[in-house]
Design a protein around this ligand. Structure first.
Ligand code: GLN
Length: 313
Protein backbone atom coordinates (compact mmCIF):
# COMPACT_ATOMS: atom_id res chain seq x y z
CA UNK A 1 0.00 0.00 0.00
CA UNK A 2 1.25 3.48 -0.93
CA UNK A 3 2.83 5.12 2.18
CA UNK A 4 1.53 8.63 1.36
CA UNK A 5 -1.91 7.17 1.14
CA UNK A 6 -1.60 5.37 4.49
CA UNK A 7 -0.45 8.52 6.25
CA UNK A 8 -3.23 10.51 4.54
CA UNK A 9 -5.82 8.08 5.94
CA UNK A 10 -4.30 8.28 9.41
CA UNK A 11 -4.39 12.08 9.25
CA UNK A 12 -7.97 12.39 8.05
CA UNK A 13 -9.06 9.78 10.55
CA UNK A 14 -7.49 11.80 13.39
CA UNK A 15 -8.91 15.06 12.06
CA UNK A 16 -12.52 13.94 11.58
CA UNK A 17 -12.69 11.75 14.69
CA UNK A 18 -13.26 15.01 16.50
CA UNK A 19 -16.15 15.98 14.22
CA UNK A 20 -19.36 14.94 15.96
CA UNK A 21 -21.79 16.72 13.65
CA UNK A 22 -24.83 15.00 12.18
CA UNK A 23 -27.46 12.68 13.62
CA UNK A 24 -27.86 8.91 13.53
CA UNK A 25 -30.78 7.58 11.49
CA UNK A 26 -34.11 7.24 13.26
CA UNK A 27 -35.70 5.45 10.29
CA UNK A 28 -36.61 2.48 12.49
CA UNK A 29 -35.82 1.69 16.15
CA UNK A 30 -33.03 -0.90 15.84
CA UNK A 31 -30.99 1.42 13.61
CA UNK A 32 -30.55 3.98 16.35
CA UNK A 33 -29.01 1.49 18.81
CA UNK A 34 -25.45 2.15 17.68
CA UNK A 35 -22.54 4.11 19.10
CA UNK A 36 -22.93 7.38 17.17
CA UNK A 37 -19.23 8.19 17.41
CA UNK A 38 -17.81 4.98 15.92
CA UNK A 39 -15.58 5.54 12.93
CA UNK A 40 -13.63 3.25 10.62
CA UNK A 41 -11.95 3.43 7.23
CA UNK A 42 -10.70 0.43 5.25
CA UNK A 43 -9.00 0.36 1.87
CA UNK A 44 -8.42 -2.83 -0.13
CA UNK A 45 -6.37 -2.63 -3.31
CA UNK A 46 -6.98 -4.66 -6.43
CA UNK A 47 -3.95 -6.74 -5.36
CA UNK A 48 -5.72 -7.53 -2.08
CA UNK A 49 -3.54 -5.34 0.17
CA UNK A 50 -5.47 -3.96 3.13
CA UNK A 51 -5.08 -0.75 5.10
CA UNK A 52 -7.54 -0.19 7.87
CA UNK A 53 -8.01 2.22 10.76
CA UNK A 54 -10.54 2.66 13.59
CA UNK A 55 -13.48 0.40 14.52
CA UNK A 56 -13.04 -1.82 11.48
CA UNK A 57 -14.26 -5.00 13.21
CA UNK A 58 -17.52 -3.39 14.27
CA UNK A 59 -20.50 -4.79 12.40
CA UNK A 60 -23.37 -2.69 11.11
CA UNK A 61 -26.13 -3.41 8.62
CA UNK A 62 -25.34 -2.81 4.98
CA UNK A 63 -28.66 -1.00 4.25
CA UNK A 64 -28.78 0.74 0.87
CA UNK A 65 -25.23 -0.24 -0.06
CA UNK A 66 -26.81 -3.66 -0.70
CA UNK A 67 -28.64 -2.16 -3.70
CA UNK A 68 -25.42 -2.08 -5.70
CA UNK A 69 -24.96 -5.80 -5.26
CA UNK A 70 -28.55 -6.98 -5.67
CA UNK A 71 -28.56 -5.03 -8.94
CA UNK A 72 -25.32 -6.83 -9.88
CA UNK A 73 -26.83 -10.22 -9.04
CA UNK A 74 -29.99 -9.46 -11.06
CA UNK A 75 -27.75 -8.53 -14.03
CA UNK A 76 -25.72 -11.72 -13.63
CA UNK A 77 -28.83 -13.89 -13.44
CA UNK A 78 -30.89 -12.25 -16.20
CA UNK A 79 -28.68 -10.06 -18.39
CA UNK A 80 -28.94 -6.30 -18.87
CA UNK A 81 -31.68 -6.35 -21.51
CA UNK A 82 -34.16 -8.06 -19.22
CA UNK A 83 -33.18 -6.03 -16.16
CA UNK A 84 -33.58 -2.80 -18.13
CA UNK A 85 -37.09 -3.83 -19.08
CA UNK A 86 -37.92 -3.78 -15.34
CA UNK A 87 -36.06 -0.72 -14.09
CA UNK A 88 -34.84 2.56 -15.58
CA UNK A 89 -31.35 4.02 -15.28
CA UNK A 90 -32.27 7.64 -14.59
CA UNK A 91 -31.57 9.67 -11.41
CA UNK A 92 -34.65 10.99 -9.63
CA UNK A 93 -33.34 13.98 -7.66
CA UNK A 94 -35.74 12.81 -4.95
CA UNK A 95 -35.39 11.01 -1.62
CA UNK A 96 -34.46 7.33 -1.89
CA UNK A 97 -37.80 6.27 -0.41
CA UNK A 98 -39.93 8.74 -2.28
CA UNK A 99 -43.30 7.26 -2.92
CA UNK A 100 -43.61 5.97 -6.21
CA UNK A 101 -42.42 7.69 -9.31
CA UNK A 102 -42.56 5.54 -12.42
CA UNK A 103 -41.16 6.44 -15.81
CA UNK A 104 -43.06 6.43 -19.11
CA UNK A 105 -42.33 2.70 -19.49
CA UNK A 106 -43.92 1.90 -16.12
CA UNK A 107 -40.59 1.22 -14.43
CA UNK A 108 -39.10 2.63 -11.23
CA UNK A 109 -36.53 5.25 -12.20
CA UNK A 110 -33.39 3.38 -11.17
CA UNK A 111 -32.22 0.40 -9.08
CA UNK A 112 -30.77 2.58 -6.27
CA UNK A 113 -34.06 4.06 -5.04
CA UNK A 114 -36.18 1.80 -2.84
CA UNK A 115 -38.85 1.09 -5.48
CA UNK A 116 -36.22 0.01 -8.03
CA UNK A 117 -34.25 -1.97 -5.46
CA UNK A 118 -37.38 -3.85 -4.33
CA UNK A 119 -38.01 -4.77 -7.99
CA UNK A 120 -34.39 -6.03 -8.19
CA UNK A 121 -34.86 -8.20 -5.09
CA UNK A 122 -37.92 -9.66 -6.84
CA UNK A 123 -35.74 -10.73 -9.76
CA UNK A 124 -33.34 -12.83 -7.67
CA UNK A 125 -33.89 -16.46 -8.60
CA UNK A 126 -33.66 -19.40 -6.31
CA UNK A 127 -31.56 -22.33 -7.45
CA UNK A 128 -32.07 -26.01 -6.90
CA UNK A 129 -31.62 -26.56 -3.14
CA UNK A 130 -30.92 -22.88 -2.52
CA UNK A 131 -33.58 -20.30 -1.63
CA UNK A 132 -33.57 -16.71 -2.90
CA UNK A 133 -32.28 -15.61 0.49
CA UNK A 134 -29.46 -18.18 0.33
CA UNK A 135 -28.56 -17.03 -3.19
CA UNK A 136 -28.35 -13.43 -2.09
CA UNK A 137 -26.33 -14.20 1.06
CA UNK A 138 -24.05 -16.47 -0.90
CA UNK A 139 -23.39 -13.77 -3.51
CA UNK A 140 -22.75 -11.06 -0.90
CA UNK A 141 -20.47 -13.45 1.04
CA UNK A 142 -18.49 -14.25 -2.13
CA UNK A 143 -17.99 -10.51 -2.68
CA UNK A 144 -16.81 -9.97 0.90
CA UNK A 145 -14.69 -13.13 0.87
CA UNK A 146 -16.23 -14.44 4.09
CA UNK A 147 -19.53 -15.83 5.25
CA UNK A 148 -22.01 -13.03 6.07
CA UNK A 149 -25.27 -13.26 7.99
CA UNK A 150 -28.46 -11.29 8.62
CA UNK A 151 -28.90 -9.17 11.75
CA UNK A 152 -32.25 -10.58 12.87
CA UNK A 153 -33.04 -7.71 15.23
CA UNK A 154 -32.55 -5.05 12.56
CA UNK A 155 -34.45 -7.14 10.02
CA UNK A 156 -37.46 -7.51 12.33
CA UNK A 157 -37.40 -3.85 13.29
CA UNK A 158 -37.27 -2.86 9.64
CA UNK A 159 -40.04 -5.28 8.66
CA UNK A 160 -42.31 -4.14 11.51
CA UNK A 161 -41.73 -0.42 11.03
CA UNK A 162 -41.00 -0.03 7.32
CA UNK A 163 -44.50 1.16 6.48
CA UNK A 164 -43.36 3.34 3.63
CA UNK A 165 -41.63 0.39 2.01
CA UNK A 166 -44.80 -1.65 2.45
CA UNK A 167 -46.70 1.16 0.73
CA UNK A 168 -44.18 1.19 -2.14
CA UNK A 169 -44.46 -2.59 -2.49
CA UNK A 170 -48.27 -2.42 -2.56
CA UNK A 171 -48.16 0.26 -5.25
CA UNK A 172 -45.71 -1.81 -7.30
CA UNK A 173 -48.14 -4.70 -6.95
CA UNK A 174 -51.04 -2.45 -7.92
CA UNK A 175 -49.24 -1.52 -11.14
CA UNK A 176 -48.46 -5.21 -11.78
CA UNK A 177 -44.73 -4.54 -11.55
CA UNK A 178 -44.45 -6.98 -8.66
CA UNK A 179 -46.19 -10.34 -8.77
CA UNK A 180 -48.53 -11.99 -6.29
CA UNK A 181 -45.54 -12.91 -4.10
CA UNK A 182 -44.78 -9.27 -3.45
CA UNK A 183 -44.75 -9.74 0.35
CA UNK A 184 -42.00 -12.35 0.03
CA UNK A 185 -40.08 -10.00 -2.25
CA UNK A 186 -40.31 -7.13 0.23
CA UNK A 187 -39.24 -9.51 2.99
CA UNK A 188 -36.17 -10.46 0.96
CA UNK A 189 -35.41 -6.75 0.45
CA UNK A 190 -35.60 -6.13 4.23
CA UNK A 191 -33.26 -9.08 4.83
CA UNK A 192 -30.86 -7.86 2.16
CA UNK A 193 -30.64 -4.45 3.90
CA UNK A 194 -30.05 -6.20 7.24
CA UNK A 195 -26.94 -8.13 6.23
CA UNK A 196 -24.17 -7.42 8.78
CA UNK A 197 -20.83 -6.19 7.51
CA UNK A 198 -17.79 -4.36 8.79
CA UNK A 199 -15.66 -1.92 6.81
CA UNK A 200 -13.27 -4.72 5.81
CA UNK A 201 -16.12 -6.69 4.22
CA UNK A 202 -17.36 -3.64 2.36
CA UNK A 203 -13.89 -2.72 1.15
CA UNK A 204 -13.43 -6.22 -0.31
CA UNK A 205 -16.83 -5.93 -2.00
CA UNK A 206 -15.67 -2.61 -3.44
CA UNK A 207 -12.26 -3.97 -4.39
CA UNK A 208 -14.05 -6.64 -6.44
CA UNK A 209 -15.78 -3.84 -8.36
CA UNK A 210 -12.47 -2.00 -8.72
CA UNK A 211 -10.80 -5.17 -9.93
CA UNK A 212 -12.86 -5.95 -13.04
CA UNK A 213 -15.38 -8.08 -11.11
CA UNK A 214 -12.80 -10.49 -9.63
CA UNK A 215 -12.50 -10.72 -5.85
CA UNK A 216 -8.81 -10.03 -5.07
CA UNK A 217 -8.95 -12.31 -2.00
CA UNK A 218 -10.41 -15.41 -3.65
CA UNK A 219 -9.66 -14.65 -7.32
CA UNK A 220 -13.24 -15.62 -8.18
CA UNK A 221 -15.03 -13.75 -10.96
CA UNK A 222 -18.33 -12.47 -9.56
CA UNK A 223 -19.45 -10.19 -12.37
CA UNK A 224 -18.92 -9.99 -16.10
CA UNK A 225 -17.03 -6.90 -17.32
CA UNK A 226 -20.23 -5.65 -19.03
CA UNK A 227 -22.32 -6.00 -15.89
CA UNK A 228 -19.59 -4.37 -13.84
CA UNK A 229 -19.70 -1.38 -16.18
CA UNK A 230 -23.48 -1.17 -15.73
CA UNK A 231 -23.16 -1.26 -11.92
CA UNK A 232 -20.41 1.38 -11.83
CA UNK A 233 -22.38 3.67 -14.15
CA UNK A 234 -25.40 3.59 -11.87
CA UNK A 235 -23.24 4.10 -8.79
CA UNK A 236 -21.73 7.16 -10.47
CA UNK A 237 -25.10 8.73 -11.32
CA UNK A 238 -27.42 7.48 -8.55
CA UNK A 239 -25.34 6.02 -5.70
CA UNK A 240 -25.45 8.90 -3.21
CA UNK A 241 -29.20 9.58 -3.01
CA UNK A 242 -30.27 13.04 -4.14
CA UNK A 243 -26.72 14.24 -3.53
CA UNK A 244 -25.43 12.16 -6.46
CA UNK A 245 -24.97 15.13 -8.82
CA UNK A 246 -22.97 17.14 -6.32
CA UNK A 247 -20.97 14.05 -5.42
CA UNK A 248 -20.15 13.45 -9.10
CA UNK A 249 -19.07 17.08 -9.35
CA UNK A 250 -16.92 17.14 -6.19
CA UNK A 251 -15.68 13.56 -5.70
CA UNK A 252 -16.24 11.95 -9.10
CA UNK A 253 -16.10 8.30 -8.10
CA UNK A 254 -18.72 5.55 -8.29
CA UNK A 255 -20.00 5.09 -4.73
CA UNK A 256 -22.91 3.92 -2.61
CA UNK A 257 -24.21 5.17 0.66
CA UNK A 258 -26.44 3.59 3.32
CA UNK A 259 -28.43 5.05 6.23
CA UNK A 260 -26.55 2.98 8.78
CA UNK A 261 -23.60 5.29 8.02
CA UNK A 262 -21.53 3.39 5.49
CA UNK A 263 -20.13 4.75 2.24
CA UNK A 264 -18.39 2.53 -0.27
CA UNK A 265 -16.17 4.14 -2.92
CA UNK A 266 -14.78 2.43 -5.97
CA UNK A 267 -11.53 3.71 -7.44
CA UNK A 268 -11.52 1.70 -10.67
CA UNK A 269 -8.34 -0.30 -11.22
CA UNK A 270 -6.97 0.81 -7.85
CA UNK A 271 -9.06 -0.01 -4.80
CA UNK A 272 -12.32 -0.26 -2.90
CA UNK A 273 -12.56 2.04 0.12
CA UNK A 274 -15.22 1.98 2.81
CA UNK A 275 -16.01 4.44 5.54
CA UNK A 276 -18.31 3.86 8.50
CA UNK A 277 -19.52 6.70 10.66
CA UNK A 278 -23.22 6.67 11.57
CA UNK A 279 -23.85 10.40 12.05
CA UNK A 280 -25.71 11.50 8.91
CA UNK A 281 -26.40 14.76 7.13
CA UNK A 282 -29.93 15.79 6.10
CA UNK A 283 -29.80 13.68 2.93
CA UNK A 284 -28.85 10.53 4.83
CA UNK A 285 -25.14 10.43 3.95
CA UNK A 286 -22.43 9.94 6.57
CA UNK A 287 -21.07 13.38 7.50
CA UNK A 288 -17.51 12.20 8.11
CA UNK A 289 -17.78 9.86 5.11
CA UNK A 290 -18.50 12.76 2.73
CA UNK A 291 -15.69 14.91 4.16
CA UNK A 292 -13.09 12.11 3.97
CA UNK A 293 -14.16 11.27 0.41
CA UNK A 294 -13.85 14.86 -0.79
CA UNK A 295 -10.37 15.21 0.69
CA UNK A 296 -9.30 11.84 -0.67
CA UNK A 297 -10.43 12.57 -4.20
CA UNK A 298 -8.80 16.02 -4.29
CA UNK A 299 -5.54 15.00 -2.66
CA UNK A 300 -4.91 12.05 -5.03
CA UNK A 301 -6.67 13.36 -8.17
CA UNK A 302 -9.09 10.47 -8.19
CA UNK A 303 -12.04 12.06 -10.01
CA UNK A 304 -12.59 9.64 -12.92
CA UNK A 305 -13.00 12.57 -15.34
CA UNK A 306 -9.83 14.30 -14.20
CA UNK A 307 -8.28 13.87 -17.59
CA UNK A 308 -5.58 16.45 -16.97
CA UNK A 309 -3.35 14.13 -15.03
CA UNK A 310 -2.75 10.64 -13.73
CA UNK A 311 -4.15 9.66 -10.33
CA UNK A 312 -1.43 9.98 -7.70
CA UNK A 313 -2.11 6.52 -6.26
N1 GLN B 1 -33.54 -0.40 4.57
C1 GLN B 1 -33.63 1.01 4.35
C2 GLN B 1 -34.89 1.31 3.58
O1 GLN B 1 -35.29 0.51 2.81
C3 GLN B 1 -32.42 1.40 3.54
C4 GLN B 1 -32.36 2.83 3.32
C5 GLN B 1 -31.00 3.39 3.03
O2 GLN B 1 -29.95 2.92 3.47
N2 GLN B 1 -31.05 4.48 2.34
O3 GLN B 1 -35.52 2.32 3.71
Amino acid sequence: MNKNFESFLKDVYGKYRLDLSGEISQAFPALSEVDPDSFAITAVTTKGDVFSIGDDGLEFTIQSISKAFSFALALEQHGALFVESKVGMEPTGEDYDSIIKLDDKNRPYNPMVNSGAIVMSGLINEKEKSSREDELLHYFSSLAGRSLSIDEKVYQSERDNGHKNWAIAHLLRHFNILTKEFQATLDLYFKQCSISVNTRDLAFMGATLANGGINPKTNKRLMSPENLRHVLSILFTCGMYNYSGEWAFDVGLPAKSGISGGILLIIPGIMGLSIYSPRLDRRGNSVRGIKVSEELSNRFRLHVLDYGGEPLL
